[in-house]
Design a protein around this ligand. Structure first.
Ligand code: FAD
Ligand code: GLY
Length: 380
């Protein structure tokens, strides 16, 4: 899109066209704000299209706390959101709620998972422990070596890139402008207030800026005078297809191996964890280790047809919590980054929380744990 044809002053500039930037733009423009998303490459081209799309609040997060409560809140938004986005955009985000089985392969792991069942039942009494026989009854392709598993009937998944694009299309419907292939280089200030951004396509003025740049957030924040420890954790995945369905629901072994059966018959299998690299190359070693684990857990996978492999970069933070809030001393600058392994799950509530914050009625009970200066980061 040519810059000359665009309005160059907005109420809000959102930097980053991943799932969080698009969700934020959707919420803000729905509330009448004039919004621009500025994306250095293309919408949803980074982590938001590499994800498996699990909405796995209770499989991924094992203890109560602000992140867990935030995740439960976001997960509960999906049924209505899926309908809302479909009605507005005609895009089906392929929301599936057939549940997840978090499997245990040894007696020791089974004891841990059983403790999880007791804990997770506080939030969902339908969660239960299944023995090996019950697991195999539900998912006959699982290895008979499985000791058992926690059945989470209300966890599910979506197609992540599709959800991201649906948010963007709905935002455009409410007037959001999208500037792709445009990198934000720095902020423009008037005293200590942000009044715009300098980009590779020129200056853009606005009243408020939201930084939603995923794993790339640390450098722009450093330029504002604060060290915000967001760093990349690469994840590689592959997918297979078979003529007859192998799995009905998501199988979650641990944070390094899960299976997510999609509506088109593809099963997404992920994912490796490689810290401190932005290099998205898919390595033979990474995929080989995943393939080995996958065949151990679901032996029938070996007969499935290879589809594709890919990698993306998760935005991790020093303490594992995202940064969501206003900059401590640059007025008008807001941050929503560091969603690590759960950014797809957390995208609806992130959009809502940031929109509430910009409108001046923040949910402090959630936001206080995610504030930018919580770790007393170094100020330059
Ligand atoms: P991103 O999607 O990374 O978007 C940030 C955007 O900002 C990028 O498009 C980038 O180009 C742009 N940008 C950066 N700097 C600039 C700049 N200076 N100017 C303009 N634009 C800029 N989450 C789940 O909930 N469920 C899952 O099952 C799941 N599985 C995953 C599996 C893998 C293999 C990976 C890698 C991640 C997974 N995640 C999952 C995590 C999830 O993908 C991320 O947390 C989420 O996508 C982060 O979204 P984001 O919008 O914050 O960042
Ligand atoms: N949440 C799955 C992953 O990050 O690999």
């Amino acid at each position: 899109m040519e810059m000359e044809k665009l309005t160059r002053t907005f109420d809000v500039v959102v930097i980053g066209g991943g799932i969080n930037g698009s969700s934020i733009a959707y919420q803000l423009s729905k509330r009448g704000r004039k919004v621009a998303i500025i994306e250095k490459k293309q919408l949803a081209c980074e982590a938001s299209s590499a994800a498996a799309g699990m909405l796995a609040a209770q499989a991924e997060i094992e203890q109560d706390g602000p992140l867990f409560q935030f995740a439960l809140k976001s997960q509960a938004m999906f049924p209505e959101l899926a309908n809302e986005l479909y009605e507005m955009t005609g895009i089906d985000i392929e929301f599936d709620q057939k549940g997840i089985i978090k499997i245990a392969e040894t007696d020791a792991i089974a004891e841990e998972v059983k403790k999880q069942v007791t804990f997770q039942q506080n939030w969902d009494p339908a969660i239960k422990w299944l023995d090996s026989h019950e697991c195999l009854e539900m998912e006959p392709s699982l290895s008979s070596n499985i000791v058992g598993g926690m059945y989470l009937p209300n966890d599910g998944h979506v197609m992540p890139a599709t959800l991201s694009k649906a948010f963007a299309k709905a935002a455009i419907h409410f007037g959001t402008e999208i500037l792709e292939n445009t990198e934000v280089l720095s902020f423009i200030y008037e005293r200590e207030r942000v009044i715009g951004v300098k980009t590779t396509s020129g200056d853009i003025h606005c009243h408020q800026v939201v930084l939603a740049t995923g794993a790339w957030s640390a450098q722009l924040m450093k330029d504002t005078g604060i060290d915000m420890p967001v760093y990349p954790v690469k994840g590689e995945c592959f997918s297979v297809k078979s003529d007859t369905p192998i799995l009905k629901r998501t199988i979650f072994s641990d944070k390094r191996c899960y299976f997510v059966p999609k509506r088109n018959g593809e099963i997404f299998i992920g994912a490796t964890q490689v810290e401190n690299t932005f290099d998205k190359k898919v390595t033979l070693g990474g995929i080989a280790s995943l393939v080995e684990r996958a065949i151990q857990l679901v032996p029938q996978i070996k007969d499935a047809k290879w589809e594709r492999a890919w990698a993306g970069v998760r935005p991790q933070t020093g303490d594992g919590l995202p940064y969501i809030g206003e900059h401590p001393f640059k007025k008008g600058l807001f941050i929503a980054a560091g969603h690590y392994r759960n950014g797809i799950l957390l995208s609806p509530v992130t959009g809502q929380l940031i929109a509430d914050l910009l409108e001046g009625h923040p949910d402090d009970t959630l936001l206080s744990a995610f504030r930018i200066d919580r770790n007393k980061q170094k100020v330059h």
